[in-house]
Write a protein that binds this ligand. Structure first.
Ligand SMILES: Cc1cc2nc3c(=O)[nH]c(=O)nc-3n(C[C@H](O)[C@H](O)[C@H](O)COP(=O)(O)OP(=O)(O)OC[C@H]3O[C@@H](n4cnc5c(N)ncnc54)[C@H](O)[C@@H]3O)c2cc1C
Length: 442
C-alpha cells in the first residue's frame, strides 16, 4: 500500500479524480484535532493498493455577497478570509470557530460550530444550500427547504433517536432531517463539498469584557452564577468563553490575565452593553466589580486561540496524541461535568480547561508525558460513560475523525449503524470517500 498525496487546483481536476473511484481522504486546512495528520500513514490503513490523500486547500477561492445578505463561497475560503470580506461590506459571520484558518467547506463536513454559537446557534442552522461532487464527479445541489429522504428502514427511528440530542451543537451522530444534512457532519464520507451559501449578520459594534473568578477546582459558585445569568441574554451576548487559570501558563508574560484566576470572556453587542452591565454584571454576588475588565477584540481572539494552539504544538513536540474532551451537557448537568473534571484533575497529570462556557461545552485537556497517557485515558473512558448516562453529547464540535471512533461506538445503536450502512451503499458505492471513517465501508 502507498499513500499518494494529490493537490487539486480546479474543480475539473477533482472531477476527473472522483470519476476514477480511487479510495481517498479529502482534506482542507488540516486543523482537525481528531485527524492526526502527521500519522496518517499508520492511522489510515489500506491494504488494497494505492490510497490517495487529496489536498483541497489550493482550490480557487470565490466569495459573493447576495442582496439578501447571504454569503456564497466556494474553494479555499477560510473563516478569517470570509470575516475580512464580510466586514468590508458591513456584515459579519454568525459562526466563529476558534481556529479561523480552517476552511468553511470543511466546516460543513465537520458541522463546525464556535464561540458565536452562544448567540446565533449552530452553523448547521445557518446553511441555506450547498453543492457537492458525488462519486461520479457530478455536481449535486442540496437545499435546507427540502426534507432528507432515504429509502431506509432505519431513517424514522434514527430521526426519533436524534431528538434526544437536538438541543446540542452536535449529537453523537449527524442530524439527517434536512436535505443539506447529507454533507453536514458526515466528515467527507459521502462526497466533497465545493460550494456553500450561509446566512450572515449585520456587523454591529461589539464590546469584549472579561471577568476574573476563583479557580474552578476550588469553587464553582461564581462560574454557575455567571452561567445562569447569561442564559436569557443570548440576543445581546454573542459569546461566553472560559480559559482557566492553568491556561495562562501557555501565554506570554504580557498576555496573561488575572492572578492565578479563571477568566470568562463575554462578547456583547455594544448598544446593549450598559444594560448587560447594569442588569447582570453589577448584580453578581460572587464576582467583585473590580474584576470586570474591557479587552480589545483582537487581543481576545489572540489569547483565546493561542491557548489551544500552544497545547497542540506542545503535544506534537512531546510526541503524544492530544488527550482532550469535547463534551457538551445540559445546563442541569453542567455542575456534574465540572465536578467530574475536578476529580479528573486529581490524577497528577498536567491539565487545563477552556471552551464554550455559556453552552456547557468545555475542552478539558491533559498534557501527559508518554508514561502518563494510560492514566489519562482511563479517566476519559469514565467520562464518556458518564456522558452516555447524562444523555450529553460526547463530541459536540470537533467531530469523530480517526481519534474518537473508539469512544463513539457505544453511542451508536442498530439504527445509527443501519442508516450509515444504507447511506454508504447509496452515496459511496465504490468505497472512495474516507473508507476508514466512522460510517464504515459496508
Ligand atoms: C486551535 C484549534 C481550535 C479549534 N476550534 C474549533 C471551534 O471552535 N469549532 C470547531 O468546530 N472546530 C474547531 N477546531 C477544529 C477544526 O478547526 C474544525 O474541525 C474545522 O472545521 C476543520 O477544518 P479544516 O479546513 O482544517 O479541515 P481538515 O482538518 O482539513 O478536514 C477535517 C475533516 O473534514 C473533511 N473535509 C475537509 N474538506 C472537505 C470538503 N471540502 N468536503 C468534504 N469533506 C471535507 C476531511 O475529510 C476531514 O474529515 C479547532 C481546531 C484547532 C486546532
Amino acid at each position: 500500500m502507498t499513500h499518494i498525496t494529490k493537490t487539486f487546483y480546479s474543480v475539473e481536476d477533482l472531477v476527473s479524480h472522483l470519476k476514477a473511484h480511487q479510495p481517498s481522504f479529502y482534506f482542507s486546512s488540516k486543523t482537525s484535532t481528531v485527524i492526526p495528520y502527521d500519522k496518517l500513514d499508520t492511522l489510515l490503513p489500506w491494504s488494497k493498493g494505492d490510497f490517495f490523500l487529496c489536498d483541497l486547500s489550493k482550490m480557487p477561492p470565490k466569495m459573493e455577497l447576495k442582496e439578501n445578505g447571504n454569503l456564497v463561497l466556494s474553494g479555499s475560503v477560510s473563516w478569517e478570509d470570509a470575516k475580512k470580506f464580510l466586514r468590508s461590506k458591513g456584515r459579519n459571520l454568525k459562526t466563529s470557530p476558534t481556529e479561523q484558518l480552517a476552511l468553511i467547506t470543511a466546516g460543513i463536513a465537520t458541522s463546525c460550530t464556535g464561540e458565536r454559537c452562544f448567540g446565533f446557534g449552530t452553523m448547521r442552522s445557518q446553511v441555506v444550500s450547498l453543492k457537492y461532487l458525488d462519486f461520479n464527479g457530478e455536481e449535486k445541489i442540496l437545499n435546507r427547504e427540502e426534507e432528507f429522504v432515504l429509502p431506509s428502514e432505519h431513517l424514522k427511528q434514527y430521526q426519533q433517536d436524534f431528538k434526544t440530542y437536538q438541543t446540542f451543537k452536535n449529537a453523537p451522530y449527524p442530524r439527517f432531517n434536512k436535505a443539506i444534512d447529507l454533507m453536514i457532519g458526515t466528515e467527507g464520507q459521502l462526497g466533497v463539498v465545493t460550494e456553500v451559501e450561509i446566512e450572515t449578520v449585520e456587523n454591529y459594534d461589539l464590546t469584549y469584557v472579561f471577568l476574573l473568578l476563583p479557580k474552578w477546582e476550588e469553587n464553582i459558585d461564581a462560574h454557575m452564577e455567571i452561567f445562569n445569568a447569561v442564559q436569557s441574554q443570548r440576543d445581546a451576548i454573542m459569546s461566553c468563553e472560559i480559559l482557566d487559570s492553568n491556561c495562562m501558563n501557555y501565554l506570554k508574560a504580557d498576555e496573561k490575565l488575572g492572578n492565578n484566576q479563571d477568566v470568562i470572556f463575554l462578547e456583547v453587542k455594544s448598544d446593549r452593553f450598559e444594560e448587560i452591565y447594569g442588569d447582570i454584571l453589577c448584580h453578581l454576588k460572587h464576582i467583585n466589580h473590580d474584576d470586570v475588565f474591557e479587552i480589545a477584540e483582537n487581543k481576545f481572539h489572540h489569547i483565546r486561540a493561542g491557548v489551544p494552539r500552544a497545547i497542540f504544538e506542545e503535544n506534537s513536540k512531546m510526541g503524544v496524541v492530544k488527550i482532550g474532551t469535547d463534551c457538551q451537557v445540559s445546563g442541569e448537568k453542567f455542575p456534574d461535568l465540572l465536578k467530574f473534571y475536578r476529580e479528573a484533575a486529581k490524577v497528577g497529570v498536567r491539565y487545563c480547561l477552556f471552551g464554550h462556557f455559556g453552552d456547557a461545552h468545555l475542552h478539558f485537556n491533559y498534557m501527559p508525558t508518554k508514561d502518563e497517557s494510560a492514566r489519562c485515558l482511563d479517566q476519559i473512558q469514565k467520562l464518556y460513560d458518564q456522558v452516555l448516562e447524562w444523555k450529553g453529547s460526547p463530541f459536540a464540535e470537533h467531530g469523530i475523525g480517526l481519534l474518537k471512533q473508539k469512544y463513539i461506538k457505544r453511542f451508536h445503536g442498530p439504527h445509527q449503524l443501519g442508516l450509515f450502512h444504507d447511506l454508504k451503499q447509496k452515496y459511496d458505492p465504490y468505497h472512495q470517500f474516507f473508507p476508514q471513517g466512522f460510517m464504515g465501508k459496508d
